[in-house]
Write a protein that binds this ligand. Structure first.
Ligand code: SAH
Length: 211
């Protein structure tokens, strides 16, 4: 029997596919992750709007999650690092497409809740750390992909050093008060290219952790 949440999630995937081109793998990921697990306001769980969560943070719009995921070019990717786990929804979507997801959150209560969401949904390929993500997660580096789910003016060099050669880092970059999704490619240790994709709105990447 099909559960009601599955119908809602498929509708959500359809709504996204009506607006932007999504790959079959991403469409399936939206169908498989029950977004209501991550949303405090149940009646908005399947809408395309961003929503407030604890700690004055936001769960991104599913459309933004889709755009960031597409920008990462995940076909055949094994290992990804996300900075800014928040509710955990973006990480859960990634977990359906790549083999291992590493994600870092600087607010302890959010990290704890996200862990519970992953357990409730029986997702076992996400590794979550409560820490300041600016220093990355050295133990498991290098990563084929790195995603920043919070906006910054400049990427910490330690993150580029944990990205493998040929790898992609996607981040919301703020310049003159405007944020854009930017895709960086590590061509070699000394060369990084960048492409500006489109305007976006994320909460700021902060320093340090919060208990
Ligand atoms: N990916 C999230 C959206 C997160 S909002 C989701 O799907 O819900 C951005 C998150 O980044 C917030 O939870 C914020 O606490 C976190 N954050 C900001 N600065 C950080 C840092 N330096 N290290 C780790 N997490 C950070």
């Amino acid at each position: 029997m099909v559960d009601l949440w599955e119908i809602h999630c498929q509708r959500l995937a359809d709504d996204i596919a009506d607006i932007i081109d999504i790959t079959p793998a991403l469409y399936d990921a939206f169908c498989k992750v029950n977004r209501s697990e991550f949303c405090p306001i149940q009646k908005h769980a399947y809408s395309l709007d961003p929503q407030p969560i604890a700690g004055m943070q936001w769960i991104s719009s599913p459309l933004t999650v889709a755009k960031m995921t597409i920008a990462l070019e995940l076909d055949g990717v094994d290992k990804i690092l996300e900075i800014g786990c928040g509710s955990g929804y973006q990480a859960a979507i990634l977990s359906k497409i790549v083999r291992r997801v590493f994600t870092i959150e600087r607010i302890e209560s959010l990290a704890k809740e996200a862990k519970e969401h992953f357990t409730n949904l029986e997702i076992s390929n996400i590794h979550l750390k409560f820490d300041d993500g600016n220093s990355g997660w050295k133990n498991y580096a290098p990563y084929e992909r790195i995603l920043l789910s919070a906006a910054t003016t400049q990427i910490d060099e330690r993150l580029f050093s944990q990205l493998e050669t040929g790898g992609i880092l996607v981040a919301p970059i703020e310049k003159n008060g405007v944020q854009n999704i930017v895709r960086f490619r590590k061509i070699s240790d000394s060369e990084i290219s960048q492409e500006i994709l489109e305007e976006c709105q994320f909460v700021p990447l902060l320093k340090g952790k919060e208990q």
